[in-house]
Design a protein. Structure first.
Lengths: 112, 404, 404, 404, 112, 112
């Protein structure tokens, strides 16, 4: 199994969720994060004092999937999260050794 | 005729009480403004300061302050006017002594509320409250006695209708003294002269606070005419209402536009400060100017406040809510602006008042702050500032769930 | 002379309306206080209860409550005073009947607002609103008729100027009955006697609520003098304003210091409760005591409220906002404190009133709560409490974005 | 006798000022309601609009609006009444000209506040403020002159006591014109006719806003009687207070129950809109109906507002706070409801007024919006809407910490 | 070492924390997340407009542990987080290559 | 590639971000978390009732990096986040199998 972690722009969340459902991902976990990257923040003035908004609001999606789905999932996210602008985000893939469904105790691919 | 005097007395007393209630309502105005302008980790603490200082002001002014300010020789308020006294006076005694106290006591609290904002996010709670005891019981009433109490400043022809100087500049002077001894918030100024922005955590609260203050200011200035019950007085009160309103409007617009020009965006917090700056600016003389003059005096206040806030930051004087600029710098401007609209005021009279109040309050406050600093300390440690005053002093987070 | 009667009538009516408007404004005071003291998952629901109970109180009191309380035999308010009646009365009829209704109706809402806080976070919305119908239409007016309606308690010499007992203790008694049938919030008390803290979610709102209530209380107590239009009455109203203010200040400071001593930190919520405790304590007699006495009576209220809150928790009576302690325990203290300052009150009179109001309201409310419980149920299921009343009952989160 | 005229004048002026201050306080009511009903990324911007529009309304109405509306030929307010004039009039001149201006100016701001809500979350700040200049300086005063200024609508027998049409429907008509040119918020309506819910971010603020508006409405309607100082007038003011209150209560309950029936849950925001709907509905005639009639007129308003909100959404007219429904649809209902309770009103008179105000305001506003749209643009780009108006226009997040 | 990630219902947090402490886990990191899965959200109406609450509030617990503890930890979480209802959550296991305690510079199992 | 996860004290965020930039890390993602560990929480009283603040506010930084950078990154974080007090935090290293830049479709080390 793999754990796919995607960092995307917040307003793309619904699109990505639908794209993932379509390729058969049945569950995912979402976190509000702040991202720092090539998409430069901007400088604002607050009461005349400068501050740099270098952390921009992003959403992190984590989905545990079966190995077989990896390519499809990456493609689904890439397409749905992509307005082609800097800061669109990243996809990370890590190996998942085990998954457990707490309710049933099921393990392995059947649990995700 | 006697019945008419009775009714007049009742009307003037009622007017005083209603205006006083509006001024009392400025307390949550300050509390919300300050709660909105600090970081959430210091919000419960600033709220605690605001509620406690109001209560302390009431107690201290009852016990000693009012007697210091308005004579009466001793402590507490004097006796209430009897019916016979009032009737015998033929209308010269025209409102209840208790209503006068009520109107005055809420002014003291206002002066004190100014201070809590300027020293926010780094001042120890109990040291602050100790200062509040001295400020509301002794410092404010002492300088207040010189003008409103019929002392040497009233003889010197010092004109300060509702207290640009006596209330606002006085509060700001005490705040400045505190800030100088206290130093800036940890991280506010960088080693190379950087001024770091520390954003207020809740803009709706700050906006609500400003509007409540604007609303309460009708009582602050409107009640300071002290009498309502004939045509001239009623016209005067109405004029004060309109001028007060126009000065706030002028200040808000001027500050908003200036901030737009200087900073590139419509800085809401400057607009809020601008309205308050307009209000402070007109408070020394909201009666004699025309409506348009008042609007312009307010607008100048709105310009001044923006420049003052930026300027104080340059001087590394840290004032999270802009209280020293709004009440101090604009308080001074208000005292000077009297010369434009009022024939009664003289430059020397105004400068005498300005110097006396500013000098005395600043020095007295400095001494008191210093003594408290020596004995108890006034500054939260860096570590306490990091975790926030709420954890350090109150034990209750303002929004315990949000930062979970 | 007739013109003077006309004007006096207008002034007294206006006084009543302004004071009534201030009391009406206590509704958002309660709403904000309660919204700040519950968890955010129950905030929309407590807001809904507060807005709806106010509307229900107005409707029920118009339709039946006012007639029950002040006679008039039947439903609705009686006819307005005609000019002839007023002039013929020579000033004995001195304010508009409608203004009286307005002033009274906002009191009913206050009594009901007390209850929503005590049963917060676990009471079903519609069951609560059903109770509100009965409470504001029947229970409150019935006991109110005994004293303010000229019934047996007024004959017994029971003194309760503005309603420490008739309004506040009455609301608290009904709340207590509800809480006993309802049980504590899920997770509030552990199996081994632990009292678990459940923090309020928004301290600025709670503080704002307290200040609004303080502000509104000037109307509550100040208007209860019922007349303003001569020297004596105006002095009395002014005295009531000052005493009310001093009691709140005393209560706040006492509670803050006591909390500091007992808990080690300056518990803001206790300071808020302390101010309200002071206000409730003075409400039974804000006129006859001196300003200092009133301050002390309020301070004792501030001590009582802290002890009562801790004590009720020990008895596993769960009251998220401290309403039973503020309005009930301090309401009782307020009724007793009358004996200190007023010569008119007697121990037996006060005890009779206390017993009658408390006993009747508690029993009547218990019966009504019980019937509602049997038919519709009153308690949210554990699962509904877990997800929160907002999801379960309102479908709208108070801060939908924050918990995202 | 002269003394009595003097005192009467003072009382009526004071009444006007107090009522005006209450109306002024509606400004934070609108600001909080709107701040609560938009998403947090647009909150600082809506606050900025609300504070700035209030200031602009004050300035424009002082400079030109008041003169347009009430003659006086030229700019600015006329001179204040002299004592001699008042005494010579024998009481016909019974309040200060300045107090009249104060009362009127806060109405203008109300009309303008309505608009900011309807165009929220997608309208450019400075284009909006430019519209505010024209609306408060010219459009509102022009149509206002037709009725309250003694123009053709007052001749036509058009009855609109406190401005269901002249203030509320007028504001809503200008809002509708803006919304039509502006289009819905990005994502509000789906391609297949879906209506997507966009939740308001802060229910306590929205609730506070509603309660403040309810409170302020006592000034709005209560002050519109314009005179208080004799028995009949005082009775009338009291009746207006009670009717206003009952209409709000009726509207709230009706909307809450209807929402429960239609949507399955107790939609708090609909209850809030319901109360405001009741208030708008009774504003055209809060005097002549009985208390129960007023409650029912309000209740009908509460039903209408729910249906109107849902209906406008069906028509893809996006109004984040429901302003067009509350003030427009219910404003129309209010004008029609006059026919039920008032003998003075005629169907033709009401329809003439309705048509004239609605038609003129809509067309004038449409032209102004259009010109601004052509020159500066009025709509925030999709990208600006995505990041939020606060980032795009203000540079200050409303809750900078929460979304960290 | 392993990194155990558990997604559970928020009100189970205290129970799970205690269960973990009992089996010897000395540290953990908790995040508020939203979950999408088999536990279906519900449809609400806001001012008459429908919206789907398909992301439900969850809590994510991350604990770095020694390999030896894996089974015990999974069991502890499974038991304590399990009211047996849909949506009870998941446990994911990934390999942890290295762990460092910043304060001391310790690495490896001793650092967790 | 590696995924470096650091849990630090919130007020150290800016320092750590700068230190990471200096060693060449071009992107990172930050989450607000609560931590439980050796740094004991404290007991508070709320209205007289005790509650334990055992979860303390922390910030989690995740950075995907090239294998070569691992030691430098760990050192950079360790130095910049370290006032030498208990609770300073942890660094975890996991293997990253793949990384994708959504905007360009780039994969591998070039994408991070
Ligand atoms: N090396 C990295 N490790 C972790 N997160 C990263 C990394 N680089 C980028 N991110 C995340 O991805 C987001 C987008 O990256 P950015 O460099 O701004 O644009 P792009 O993905 O288009 O190159 C960042 O805001 C950050 O949250
Ligand atoms: N494949 C997945 N990847 C990541 N998180 C998941 C996955 N499936 C479920 N989750 C998380 O676990 C939670 C519970 O899962 P759900 O499918 O609703 O119930 P159950 O665990 O009982 O099958 C979800 O809300 C989501 O946060
Ligand atoms: N085993 C662990 N797994 C995950 N996170 C941990 C673990 N141990 C500690 N943490 C995180 O690191 C933070 C600091 O750890 P702590 O034990 O308090 O201090 P120190 O790092 O100085 O030993 C904790 O608050 C928690 O967020």
């Amino acid at each position: 199994m793999k754990l796919i972690t995607a960092i995307i722009k917040p307003f793309k969340l619904d699109d990505v969720r639908e794209a993932l459902s379509e390729v058969g991902v049945q569950g995912m976990t979402v976190t509000e994060v702040k991202g720092f990257g090539r998409q430069k923040g901007h400088t604002e003035l607050y009461r005349g004092a400068e501050y740099v908004v270098d952390f921009l609001p992003k959403v992190k999606i984590e989905a545990a999937i079966d190995d077989a789905l990896q390519d499809q999932v990456i493609e689904a996210i890439s397409k749905s999260a992509n307005p082609g602008k800097v800061g669109d985000g990243k996809i990370f893939v890590t190996a998942l050794e085990e998954a457990v469904r707490i309710r049933t105790g099921e393990t392995g691919p059947g649990a995700v | 005729m006697e019945d008419l005097i009775q009714l007049s007395y009742a009307v003037d007393t009622f007017y005083f009480l209603v205006m006083g209630a509006l001024v009392m309502f400025m307390a949550p105005g300050f509390a919300m403004l300050e709660a909105g302008m600090v970081r959430s980790k210091n919000t419960s603490e600033i709220l605690t300061k605001n509620v406690a200082l109001f209560a302390i002001a009431c107690v201290m002014y009852l016990l000693v302050g009012y007697a210091i300010m308005y004579g009466g020789g001793g402590m507490l308020i004097g006796a209430e006017n009897t019916v016979d006294e009032v009737l015998a006076s033929g209308g010269d005694v025209y409102y209840s002594a208790r209503s006068d106290f009520f109107f005055q006591v809420v002014f003291v609290a206002t002066a004190m509320s100014i201070i809590s904002g300027a020293v926010a996010e780094r001042m120890k709670l109990w040291s602050f409250l100790l200062f509040a005891v001295v400020m509301t019981g002794f410092i404010y009433p002492t300088q207040g006695s010189w003008s409103w109490g019929g002392g040497f400043l009233s003889d010197a022809g010092f004109v300060d209708f509702a207290g640009s100087g006596i209330v606002h500049m006085c509060g700001a002077a005490a705040a400045l003294a505190g800030v100088l001894l206290l130093g800036p918030r940890q991280g506010k100024y960088g080693p190379n002269g950087e001024v770091n922005a520390i954003q207020g955590s809740n803009m709706p609260l700050a906006t609500l606070g400003m509007f409540i203050l604007w609303f309460g200011w009708f009582g602050f200035n409107g009640g300071s005419e002290l009498k309502l019950s004939n045509i001239d007085e009623a016209n005067a009160v109405a004029q004060v209402f309109v001028n007060t309103n126009m000065a706030a409007a002028g200040g808000l617009i001027a500050a908003l536009i200036l901030a737009r020009i200087l900073f590139g965006k419509a800085d809401l917090t400057m607009a809020l400060n601008g309205a308050l700056a307009g209000l402070v600016s007109i408070t020394a003389e909201p009666l004699s100017g025309t409506n348009v003059e008042s609007m312009l005096i307010g607008a100048v206040g709105g310009v001044i406040v923006v420049l003052s806030i930026v300027g104080l930051d340059k001087m590394r004087i840290d004032d999270p809510v802009g209280a020293i600029s709004v009440h101090g710098t604009c308080g001074i401007w208000g005292l000077m602006a009297v010369l434009i609209t009022s024939d009664d005021a003289t430059l020397s009279g105004q400068l005498t008042g300005l110097g006396a109040i500013l000098g005395f309050t600043f020095v007295a406050a400095l001494v008191v702050w210093f003594v408290i600093k020596m004995i108890f300390g006034i500054r939260l440690s860096d570590e306490d500032q990091q975790v926030g005053a709420d954890v350090a002093e109150i034990g209750i987070a303002a929004y315990p769930e949000f930062s979970k």
